[in-house]
Design a protein around this ligand. Structure first.
Ligand code: ZN
Length: 690
């Protein structure tokens, strides 16, 4: 993307994000999910970092929250309520660490503190001489709303702070080592003599959320879309009695006031001693970024079983002094990040729409996507179901779309973000000919069908041949799986195999993560294919393994074969007019040329190992019959080929040797009749070892 394109894209992203932010924060309405919105924000953030000259103060990345509602009194925060920058991958966490270490080599000397990023509403509390006097929402970060009356109804918030030293004995020995009694006593005096501000989150437990939604449903009220929506809606109720009925909770995560704490983890212990709910059992001090990543993964595995929703892990520089010194960039402190879990939705560019043929001949449109992380895996394809669905979505090639991947279902396109169009999007037209076999297409109801009844089976067999052991030899791709991949529209032909991602495979029946990654690895291991195997894998009629080897040996490169005329092909031993015509015919078909173009983007054809020229077996033809003791027939054939000989299946007057093992078949009789030399195993071994 050049600078001009980036500028246009940035503007469109800002407008779209801002529109959703307004709907969500000001009108309490949701049109797209948090994860889809996060995905847009992330793209904007990355683009602005690449083009910092495009950053303006009104960009959504430079703002903390929405406008406060007029119905509440406004509160100017004594210290602004800052936001936290999001990261989505271990690499981004490492980059963050490198950035802050670059500013202050000692920044992470005391390690990191990691805590849960709860999906709720941030509320700041002010206590005067230990008594709760004010609760304020974030608002725009500088000015929030006074929601004290509603907040007072939340029982997990102490109306009067406890003195930390009075409960200090309750701490474990390890905790006491972190929080010395002298600091607890110092905080006692601060509580008794002045103001203290606390940061925390209003949340609702999953079970309470479900109960509330059931009650809403019974009374015909609209359902809450998510916990943050519910918490925000309840706290901004003008009637505290209503807020009280919502079973909200408050979890503390910061002491904003400087009380002499040196480490962030001391703040958490102090909060607990003052009487706040903290998430102690899911919080952890980490020595290194590697520990942080490990903790993030552990929490990720427990995420579904936690009593409340989280969308990530917050990572903060544990040293309070270093954290302060790192300062603030834009509206977010440098010393803290939210390491987010991937949402179930993401946004990406739809690059193309391809049409896949199903088992019963149905043509299914499939979206080819710019790879995107959704629900923790990379997705590059999504189903579009049928022509009606394309019409309903109004999707065009080049559109930015929302992709959803929930649980074990195939990713799908759920929405087009039309405001992000550049004007270069292309309308998709259903093909009138089958993209696989070229037969006519007919429409029945909402679906299109290929009129060739063998279309699917033929394609499945072609791919099975391509991956078979003597061709490209890809492990773990049986007929069942090929059929599954075709049916789900993940592949159309063998070239598509190289684009499969773990995220594409995982939702398929019988595909666990391990199996999916094994298959992706097995395919990647075959990006380099010997020329003879490559020719054989194409499945050109009349071109078996031996002919493929002969062609490879004679021409030496794929280009030379593709450019060769029929006469030039016939120079090769055993290539007659039938074979040469078949090769030329295959190569000239447009669908095969397209296939080759796509295939050769993913694989490299390497010249096969060719025979030692002075081998006495050069050009000699062998036929095997019966079983050998010392090796399998395939190994023996391989050996002959490596010495420049040929292994064929049937005996003729052209055959030089017939090797007869135990229980030979009719080939032995034929050899005798034709006067072909017959070798037993001992003689054969002697010959090949010479
Ligand atoms: Zn067809």
């Amino acid at each position: 993307m050049n600078r001009e394109q980036a500028k246009v894209r940035i503007k469109k992203l800002r407008d779209e994000i801002d529109r959703h932010r307004y709907l969500y924060h000001v009108l309490d309405r949701i049109e797209i999910s948090d994860s889809a919105l996060d995905s847009l924000k992330h793209e904007l953030d990355v683009l602005e970092r690449e083009h910092p000259e495009c950053i303006v103060p009104t960009s959504p990345t430079q703002r903390v929250g929405g406008k406060p509602l007029d119905a509440f009194q406004k509160v100017v925060h004594r210290q602004p309520m800052l936001s936290i920058n999001d990261v989505f991958s271990p690499d981004e966490v490492k980059e963050w660490e490198a950035r802050i270490a670059g500013m202050d080599p000692e920044a992470t000397a005391l390690g990191f503190y990691t805590e849960l990023k709860m999906d709720g509403l941030a509320v700041r509390l002010r206590y005067d001489r230990g008594a709760l006097v004010l609760a304020a929402t974030r608002g725009d970060g500088r000015v929030g709303e006074d929601v004290t009356n509603n907040i007072r109804t939340i029982e997990s918030i102490p109306l009067q702070l406890a003195l930390p030293s009075s409960r200090w004995q309750e701490l474990s020995p390890a905790q006491r080592a972190v929080l010395p009694r002298s600091l607890a006593q110092h905080v006692d005096r601060a509580i008794e003599s002045g103001e203290i501000e606390i940061g925390g989150e209003v949340i609702i437990l999953k079970k309470d959320f479900d109960t509330l939604n059931r009650m809403q449903e019974k009374s015909g009220q609209p359902l809450f879309a998510n916990p943050r929506n519910l918490a925000a809606g309840s706290i901004r109720q003008l009637d505290p009695a209503m807020a009280a009925s919502r079973r909200l909770q408050y979890v503390g995560w910061d002491i904003v006031t400087d009380l002499g704490q040196q480490r962030h983890q001391q703040s958490h212990l102090l909060l607990q001693l003052m009487g706040f709910k903290v998430n102690q059992c899911w919080e952890r001090w980490c020595r290194s970024v590697e520990d942080v990543i490990e903790h993030y993964q552990t929490i990720g595995q427990q995420r579904d079983r936690l009593p409340f929703w989280i969308d990530g892990v917050v990572v903060i520089v544990d040293s309070v002094a270093r954290y302060r010194r790192l300062g603030v960039v834009g509206k977010a402190p440098r010393g803290i990040i939210a390491f987010k879990y991937a949402g179930q939705q993401g946004t990406t560019m739809l690059k193309d729409i391809i049409v896949q043929v199903g088992r019963n001949g149905t043509l299914t449109p499939v979206a080819v996507l710019d790879s995107v992380q959704v629900a923790g895996t990379t997705v590059s394809r999504a189903t579009l179901h049928n022509a009606d669905e394309i019409e309903r979505l109004g999707v065009k090639i080049g559109d930015t779309v929302i992709i959803e991947k929930a649980g074990d279902i195939i990713p799908k396109v759920v929405r087009v973000l039309e405001n992000l169009r550049s004007g270069n999007e292309k309308q998709f037209h259903f093909p009138t000919k089958c993209p696989m076999c070229g037969s006519a297409v007919e429409r029945k109801g909402v679906a299109y069908y290929c009129t060739n009844r063998n279309c699917f089976a033929t394609q499945r067999e072609r791919i099975a041949h391509f991956v078979s052991r003597h061709a490209v030899d890809i492990d773990g791709l049986g007929d069942k799986i090929i059929e599954q991949l075709l049916t789900e529209g993940l592949i159309k032909d063998a070239s598509d195999l190289y684009e499969l991602t773990v995220g594409d495979l995982e939702p398929l029946e019988r595909f666990a993560q391990k199996k999916a990654s094994n298959l992706v690895e097995a395919i990647a291991a075959r990006r380099s294919v010997p020329l003879d195997r490559f020719i054989f894998a194409l499945g050109i009629p009349q071109v078996g393994e031996q002919t493929a080897r002969d062609l490879a040996a004679h021409f030496g490169s794929w280009k030379a074969i593709a450019d060769a005329s029929a006469e030039e092909l016939e120079v090769v031993d055993d290539v007659g007019p039938i074979v040469s015509a078949s090769v030329r015919d295959w190569l000239e078909q447009r669908e095969h040329q397209n296939f080759l173009d796509r295939l050769l983007k993913h694989i490299t054809v390497v010249n096969s190992q060719f025979p030692i020229p002075d081998s006495q077996l050069l050009g000699k033809t062998f036929v095997f019959t019966g079983e050998l003791d010392s090796m399998s027939r395939e190994q023996a054939q391989e050996k002959i080929r490596s010495l420049g000989g040929k292994a064929t299946g049937s005996v003729s007057s052209e055959t030089d040797f017939v090797v007869a093992g135990t229980d030979p078949g009719s080939k032995l009789e034929k050899a005798k009749k034709l006067g072909v030399k017959v070798l037993d195993e001992r003689e054969f071994l002697k010959l090949i070892s010479e």
